[in-house]
Design a protein around this ligand. Structure first.
Ligand code: PBG
Length: 344
Protein backbone atom coordinates (compact mmCIF):
# COMPACT_ATOMS: atom_id res chain seq x y z
CA UNK A 1 0.00 0.00 0.00
CA UNK A 2 0.88 3.62 -0.67
CA UNK A 3 1.81 6.00 2.14
CA UNK A 4 3.14 9.56 2.33
CA UNK A 5 5.63 10.06 5.13
CA UNK A 6 4.19 9.37 8.50
CA UNK A 7 0.67 10.55 7.72
CA UNK A 8 -2.04 7.98 8.00
CA UNK A 9 -4.29 7.97 4.94
CA UNK A 10 -7.97 8.56 5.69
CA UNK A 11 -10.03 5.45 5.75
CA UNK A 12 -11.96 5.48 2.48
CA UNK A 13 -14.60 2.93 1.63
CA UNK A 14 -14.08 2.79 -2.15
CA UNK A 15 -16.74 0.17 -2.71
CA UNK A 16 -19.58 2.22 -1.31
CA UNK A 17 -18.11 5.45 -2.72
CA UNK A 18 -18.05 4.12 -6.29
CA UNK A 19 -21.33 2.21 -6.03
CA UNK A 20 -19.81 -0.36 -8.34
CA UNK A 21 -19.12 2.18 -11.08
CA UNK A 22 -15.55 2.28 -12.28
CA UNK A 23 -15.31 4.33 -15.47
CA UNK A 24 -11.81 3.08 -16.19
CA UNK A 25 -12.96 -0.50 -16.72
CA UNK A 26 -14.11 0.23 -20.28
CA UNK A 27 -10.84 2.00 -21.06
CA UNK A 28 -8.48 -0.82 -20.14
CA UNK A 29 -7.96 -2.39 -23.54
CA UNK A 30 -7.84 -1.18 -27.10
CA UNK A 31 -10.71 -3.41 -28.20
CA UNK A 32 -12.88 -2.15 -25.38
CA UNK A 33 -12.06 1.49 -26.12
CA UNK A 34 -13.08 0.87 -29.71
CA UNK A 35 -16.25 -0.84 -28.58
CA UNK A 36 -17.45 2.12 -26.51
CA UNK A 37 -16.29 4.84 -28.92
CA UNK A 38 -19.14 7.26 -29.65
CA UNK A 39 -17.83 9.04 -32.73
CA UNK A 40 -15.79 8.08 -35.73
CA UNK A 41 -13.84 10.01 -38.29
CA UNK A 42 -14.01 8.68 -41.84
CA UNK A 43 -12.88 9.85 -45.25
CA UNK A 44 -16.52 10.78 -45.97
CA UNK A 45 -16.15 13.63 -43.47
CA UNK A 46 -13.41 15.40 -45.41
CA UNK A 47 -13.56 18.45 -47.66
CA UNK A 48 -10.20 19.47 -49.11
CA UNK A 49 -9.59 23.20 -49.70
CA UNK A 50 -6.97 23.76 -52.44
CA UNK A 51 -5.31 26.95 -53.72
CA UNK A 52 -5.01 27.30 -57.49
CA UNK A 53 -2.44 29.31 -59.40
CA UNK A 54 -1.84 30.17 -63.06
CA UNK A 55 0.78 28.29 -65.09
CA UNK A 56 1.87 24.73 -65.68
CA UNK A 57 3.56 22.24 -63.42
CA UNK A 58 3.43 24.69 -60.51
CA UNK A 59 3.49 23.69 -56.84
CA UNK A 60 4.14 26.96 -55.02
CA UNK A 61 4.58 26.56 -51.26
CA UNK A 62 2.53 28.80 -48.96
CA UNK A 63 5.13 29.85 -46.34
CA UNK A 64 2.66 30.33 -43.49
CA UNK A 65 1.07 26.92 -44.21
CA UNK A 66 3.86 24.32 -44.29
CA UNK A 67 2.85 21.37 -46.49
CA UNK A 68 0.25 23.40 -48.43
CA UNK A 69 0.86 24.48 -52.02
CA UNK A 70 -0.76 26.60 -54.67
CA UNK A 71 -1.28 24.22 -57.60
CA UNK A 72 -1.54 24.96 -61.30
CA UNK A 73 -4.53 23.35 -63.02
CA UNK A 74 -2.58 20.31 -64.30
CA UNK A 75 -1.29 19.61 -60.77
CA UNK A 76 -4.74 20.23 -59.38
CA UNK A 77 -6.17 17.52 -61.62
CA UNK A 78 -3.53 15.16 -60.17
CA UNK A 79 -4.64 16.15 -56.68
CA UNK A 80 -8.27 15.48 -57.65
CA UNK A 81 -7.25 12.02 -58.87
CA UNK A 82 -5.56 11.40 -55.52
CA UNK A 83 -8.71 12.59 -53.76
CA UNK A 84 -10.79 10.16 -55.81
CA UNK A 85 -8.45 7.27 -54.98
CA UNK A 86 -8.57 8.13 -51.29
CA UNK A 87 -12.35 8.61 -51.37
CA UNK A 88 -12.41 12.31 -50.40
CA UNK A 89 -15.90 13.45 -51.48
CA UNK A 90 -15.40 17.16 -52.12
CA UNK A 91 -12.74 19.71 -53.10
CA UNK A 92 -13.05 23.43 -52.46
CA UNK A 93 -11.02 25.65 -54.79
CA UNK A 94 -9.55 29.08 -54.05
CA UNK A 95 -7.68 31.11 -56.66
CA UNK A 96 -4.53 33.14 -56.36
CA UNK A 97 -5.49 35.81 -58.89
CA UNK A 98 -2.70 37.63 -60.68
CA UNK A 99 -2.58 41.18 -59.19
CA UNK A 100 -2.87 42.65 -62.71
CA UNK A 101 -6.36 41.09 -62.97
CA UNK A 102 -7.68 42.56 -59.72
CA UNK A 103 -9.82 45.69 -59.80
CA UNK A 104 -12.33 47.70 -57.75
CA UNK A 105 -15.34 45.55 -58.65
CA UNK A 106 -13.67 42.14 -58.89
CA UNK A 107 -14.63 41.82 -62.54
CA UNK A 108 -12.39 38.78 -63.04
CA UNK A 109 -14.92 36.88 -60.88
CA UNK A 110 -17.33 37.14 -63.83
CA UNK A 111 -14.88 35.90 -66.44
CA UNK A 112 -16.01 32.44 -67.49
CA UNK A 113 -12.40 31.63 -68.35
CA UNK A 114 -11.03 32.64 -64.93
CA UNK A 115 -8.77 30.31 -63.02
CA UNK A 116 -11.40 28.55 -60.90
CA UNK A 117 -13.74 28.08 -63.89
CA UNK A 118 -10.97 26.46 -65.94
CA UNK A 119 -9.95 24.41 -62.91
CA UNK A 120 -13.52 23.21 -62.36
CA UNK A 121 -13.92 22.20 -66.01
CA UNK A 122 -10.61 20.32 -65.93
CA UNK A 123 -11.50 18.40 -62.78
CA UNK A 124 -15.02 17.59 -63.93
CA UNK A 125 -13.64 16.28 -67.24
CA UNK A 126 -10.93 14.14 -65.65
CA UNK A 127 -12.46 13.04 -62.34
CA UNK A 128 -16.24 13.45 -62.58
CA UNK A 129 -16.93 11.57 -59.34
CA UNK A 130 -15.25 14.08 -57.06
CA UNK A 131 -17.40 17.03 -56.03
CA UNK A 132 -16.19 20.59 -56.64
CA UNK A 133 -17.16 23.57 -54.51
CA UNK A 134 -16.29 27.20 -55.25
CA UNK A 135 -16.37 30.23 -52.97
CA UNK A 136 -18.75 32.97 -53.94
CA UNK A 137 -17.13 36.20 -52.70
CA UNK A 138 -15.11 38.88 -54.44
CA UNK A 139 -11.97 39.03 -52.27
CA UNK A 140 -9.62 37.06 -54.55
CA UNK A 141 -10.52 39.47 -57.36
CA UNK A 142 -10.75 42.93 -55.78
CA UNK A 143 -7.85 45.39 -55.56
CA UNK A 144 -8.94 46.24 -51.99
CA UNK A 145 -9.29 42.62 -50.83
CA UNK A 146 -12.89 42.94 -49.65
CA UNK A 147 -15.59 40.36 -50.36
CA UNK A 148 -17.95 42.99 -51.76
CA UNK A 149 -18.21 46.26 -53.64
CA UNK A 150 -16.90 49.41 -51.98
CA UNK A 151 -18.63 52.76 -52.05
CA UNK A 152 -16.38 55.15 -50.20
CA UNK A 153 -15.55 53.26 -47.03
CA UNK A 154 -18.65 51.08 -47.08
CA UNK A 155 -19.21 47.59 -48.48
CA UNK A 156 -22.58 48.05 -50.15
CA UNK A 157 -24.89 45.08 -49.69
CA UNK A 158 -27.44 44.97 -52.49
CA UNK A 159 -25.17 45.82 -55.44
CA UNK A 160 -22.72 43.24 -54.08
CA UNK A 161 -25.46 40.59 -54.04
CA UNK A 162 -26.12 41.26 -57.73
CA UNK A 163 -22.43 40.81 -58.49
CA UNK A 164 -22.36 37.58 -56.45
CA UNK A 165 -25.33 36.22 -58.41
CA UNK A 166 -23.41 36.80 -61.65
CA UNK A 167 -20.35 35.13 -60.15
CA UNK A 168 -22.40 32.10 -59.04
CA UNK A 169 -23.91 31.78 -62.50
CA UNK A 170 -20.49 31.78 -64.19
CA UNK A 171 -19.39 29.06 -61.77
CA UNK A 172 -22.52 27.00 -62.41
CA UNK A 173 -21.89 27.22 -66.13
CA UNK A 174 -18.37 25.90 -65.53
CA UNK A 175 -19.92 22.81 -63.90
CA UNK A 176 -19.48 23.45 -60.19
CA UNK A 177 -21.41 21.12 -57.88
CA UNK A 178 -21.67 23.24 -54.75
CA UNK A 179 -21.72 27.02 -54.44
CA UNK A 180 -20.20 28.27 -51.18
CA UNK A 181 -21.16 31.89 -50.52
CA UNK A 182 -18.53 33.13 -48.04
CA UNK A 183 -19.20 36.85 -48.34
CA UNK A 184 -21.75 37.35 -45.50
CA UNK A 185 -23.94 39.81 -47.42
CA UNK A 186 -27.61 39.86 -46.38
CA UNK A 187 -29.99 38.01 -48.67
CA UNK A 188 -27.37 36.46 -50.91
CA UNK A 189 -28.47 32.86 -50.44
CA UNK A 190 -32.00 33.56 -51.65
CA UNK A 191 -30.78 35.72 -54.52
CA UNK A 192 -28.26 33.12 -55.68
CA UNK A 193 -30.84 30.31 -55.39
CA UNK A 194 -33.30 32.28 -57.54
CA UNK A 195 -30.62 33.06 -60.11
CA UNK A 196 -29.49 29.44 -60.34
CA UNK A 197 -33.04 28.12 -60.66
CA UNK A 198 -34.02 30.69 -63.27
CA UNK A 199 -31.09 29.54 -65.40
CA UNK A 200 -31.64 25.80 -65.22
CA UNK A 201 -29.22 25.05 -62.40
CA UNK A 202 -31.70 23.65 -59.87
CA UNK A 203 -29.32 20.77 -59.23
CA UNK A 204 -26.47 22.99 -57.98
CA UNK A 205 -26.24 22.80 -54.18
CA UNK A 206 -25.54 25.71 -51.84
CA UNK A 207 -23.39 25.37 -48.73
CA UNK A 208 -23.70 28.69 -47.00
CA UNK A 209 -20.97 30.08 -44.83
CA UNK A 210 -23.81 30.78 -42.41
CA UNK A 211 -21.84 31.74 -39.32
CA UNK A 212 -18.62 33.27 -40.52
CA UNK A 213 -16.75 35.35 -37.98
CA UNK A 214 -14.42 38.33 -38.45
CA UNK A 215 -11.44 36.28 -37.35
CA UNK A 216 -7.70 36.65 -36.95
CA UNK A 217 -7.38 32.98 -37.88
CA UNK A 218 -7.71 33.69 -41.62
CA UNK A 219 -4.24 35.25 -41.79
CA UNK A 220 -2.38 32.48 -43.65
CA UNK A 221 -5.27 32.08 -46.14
CA UNK A 222 -4.90 35.74 -47.07
CA UNK A 223 -1.20 35.10 -47.69
CA UNK A 224 -2.14 32.17 -49.92
CA UNK A 225 -4.58 34.12 -52.10
CA UNK A 226 -2.48 37.28 -51.94
CA UNK A 227 -4.81 39.66 -50.09
CA UNK A 228 -3.01 40.10 -46.77
CA UNK A 229 -1.03 43.12 -47.97
CA UNK A 230 -3.80 44.71 -50.01
CA UNK A 231 -6.76 44.39 -47.62
CA UNK A 232 -7.97 47.85 -46.67
CA UNK A 233 -9.27 47.91 -43.09
CA UNK A 234 -11.07 44.81 -41.81
CA UNK A 235 -14.24 42.81 -42.48
CA UNK A 236 -16.17 43.59 -39.30
CA UNK A 237 -19.08 45.31 -41.04
CA UNK A 238 -20.09 42.06 -42.70
CA UNK A 239 -18.46 39.12 -40.91
CA UNK A 240 -19.75 38.27 -37.42
CA UNK A 241 -18.50 39.53 -34.07
CA UNK A 242 -16.64 36.72 -32.22
CA UNK A 243 -18.58 37.75 -29.10
CA UNK A 244 -21.91 36.57 -30.54
CA UNK A 245 -23.64 33.23 -30.45
CA UNK A 246 -27.45 33.71 -30.70
CA UNK A 247 -26.77 35.77 -33.81
CA UNK A 248 -25.35 32.65 -35.48
CA UNK A 249 -28.71 30.91 -35.05
CA UNK A 250 -30.42 33.87 -36.64
CA UNK A 251 -27.99 33.85 -39.59
CA UNK A 252 -28.44 30.12 -40.14
CA UNK A 253 -32.23 30.36 -39.89
CA UNK A 254 -32.29 33.01 -42.61
CA UNK A 255 -29.91 31.09 -44.88
CA UNK A 256 -31.99 27.93 -44.55
CA UNK A 257 -35.21 29.82 -45.24
CA UNK A 258 -33.57 31.31 -48.32
CA UNK A 259 -32.66 27.86 -49.63
CA UNK A 260 -29.27 26.76 -48.27
CA UNK A 261 -28.83 22.99 -48.55
CA UNK A 262 -26.04 22.87 -45.99
CA UNK A 263 -24.57 25.30 -43.49
CA UNK A 264 -21.05 25.94 -42.26
CA UNK A 265 -19.35 27.44 -39.22
CA UNK A 266 -16.04 29.22 -39.61
CA UNK A 267 -13.45 29.22 -38.02
CA UNK A 268 -13.67 25.76 -36.50
CA UNK A 269 -12.06 24.85 -33.22
CA UNK A 270 -12.55 28.18 -31.38
CA UNK A 271 -16.24 28.01 -32.41
CA UNK A 272 -17.23 24.45 -31.45
CA UNK A 273 -20.00 25.88 -29.27
CA UNK A 274 -21.55 27.53 -32.33
CA UNK A 275 -21.26 24.32 -34.32
CA UNK A 276 -22.95 22.39 -31.52
CA UNK A 277 -25.81 24.88 -31.21
CA UNK A 278 -26.47 25.01 -34.95
CA UNK A 279 -26.53 21.25 -35.37
CA UNK A 280 -28.65 20.83 -32.26
CA UNK A 281 -31.15 23.46 -33.39
CA UNK A 282 -31.58 22.88 -37.11
CA UNK A 283 -30.59 19.21 -37.64
CA UNK A 284 -29.41 19.97 -41.18
CA UNK A 285 -26.07 19.02 -42.79
CA UNK A 286 -23.62 21.20 -40.87
CA UNK A 287 -19.91 21.65 -41.56
CA UNK A 288 -16.94 23.23 -39.83
CA UNK A 289 -14.04 24.99 -41.52
CA UNK A 290 -10.74 24.27 -39.80
CA UNK A 291 -9.21 27.44 -41.19
CA UNK A 292 -5.71 28.32 -42.27
CA UNK A 293 -4.67 29.77 -38.90
CA UNK A 294 -5.74 26.64 -37.05
CA UNK A 295 -3.69 24.54 -39.44
CA UNK A 296 -0.72 26.91 -39.12
CA UNK A 297 -0.82 26.80 -35.32
CA UNK A 298 -0.71 23.01 -35.17
CA UNK A 299 2.02 22.83 -37.80
CA UNK A 300 4.14 25.53 -36.15
CA UNK A 301 3.94 23.85 -32.76
CA UNK A 302 4.69 20.46 -34.29
CA UNK A 303 7.70 21.85 -36.19
CA UNK A 304 9.08 23.14 -32.89
CA UNK A 305 8.57 19.79 -31.23
CA UNK A 306 6.02 21.34 -28.90
CA UNK A 307 3.30 18.87 -29.69
CA UNK A 308 2.75 15.69 -31.65
CA UNK A 309 1.38 17.06 -34.93
CA UNK A 310 -0.13 13.80 -36.14
CA UNK A 311 -2.08 13.26 -32.93
CA UNK A 312 -3.17 16.90 -32.78
CA UNK A 313 -4.43 16.63 -36.36
CA UNK A 314 -6.58 13.59 -35.65
CA UNK A 315 -7.78 14.89 -32.28
CA UNK A 316 -8.80 18.26 -33.72
CA UNK A 317 -10.83 16.58 -36.46
CA UNK A 318 -12.48 14.19 -34.03
CA UNK A 319 -13.49 17.21 -31.92
CA UNK A 320 -15.54 18.52 -34.85
CA UNK A 321 -17.33 15.19 -35.17
CA UNK A 322 -18.07 15.11 -31.44
CA UNK A 323 -19.49 18.64 -31.60
CA UNK A 324 -21.89 17.51 -34.33
CA UNK A 325 -20.21 18.28 -37.65
CA UNK A 326 -21.27 16.25 -40.68
CA UNK A 327 -17.90 17.07 -42.22
CA UNK A 328 -14.89 19.35 -42.03
CA UNK A 329 -13.11 21.57 -44.50
CA UNK A 330 -9.48 20.92 -43.62
CA UNK A 331 -6.08 21.38 -45.20
CA UNK A 332 -5.26 18.06 -43.55
CA UNK A 333 -7.76 16.22 -45.78
CA UNK A 334 -5.24 14.29 -47.92
CA UNK A 335 -2.94 13.54 -44.98
CA UNK A 336 -5.65 12.29 -42.70
CA UNK A 337 -7.27 10.33 -45.54
CA UNK A 338 -3.96 8.50 -46.07
CA UNK A 339 -3.85 7.68 -42.38
CA UNK A 340 -7.44 6.50 -42.32
CA UNK A 341 -6.69 4.25 -45.27
CA UNK A 342 -3.74 2.77 -43.37
CA UNK A 343 -6.07 2.22 -40.40
CA UNK A 344 -5.18 5.32 -38.29
C1 PBG B 1 -13.01 34.65 -48.44
C2 PBG B 1 -12.62 33.49 -47.61
C3 PBG B 1 -11.76 33.51 -46.50
C4 PBG B 1 -11.58 32.19 -46.13
C5 PBG B 1 -12.36 31.39 -46.97
N1 PBG B 1 -13.02 32.22 -47.88
C6 PBG B 1 -11.02 34.61 -45.85
C7 PBG B 1 -11.67 35.85 -45.46
O1 PBG B 1 -12.89 35.92 -45.25
O2 PBG B 1 -10.93 36.83 -45.36
C8 PBG B 1 -10.67 31.74 -45.03
C9 PBG B 1 -10.23 30.33 -45.03
C10 PBG B 1 -9.05 30.04 -44.20
O3 PBG B 1 -8.53 30.88 -43.43
O4 PBG B 1 -8.56 28.90 -44.30
N2 PBG B 1 -14.28 35.11 -48.44
Amino acid sequence: TYQHGSQTPPRIDMTSLLQGRRMRRNRRTDWSRRLVRENTLTVDDLIWPIFVVEGENQRVPVPSMPGVFRLSVDQLVRAAEDAAKLGIPLLSLFPYTDPSLRDETGSEALNDQNLVCRATRAIKAAVPNVGVMLDVALDPYTSHGHDGLLSGEEIVNDPTVEQLCRQALVQAEAGVDIIGPSDMMDGRIGAIRQTLDANGFERVQIMSYAAKYASAFYGPFRDAIGTSKTLVGDKRTYQMDPANSDEALHEAELDLAEGADMIMVKPGMPYLDILYRLKDTFKVPTYAYQVSGEYAMIEAAAANGWLDGERAMVESLMAFKRAGADGVLTYYAPRVAERLKAGL
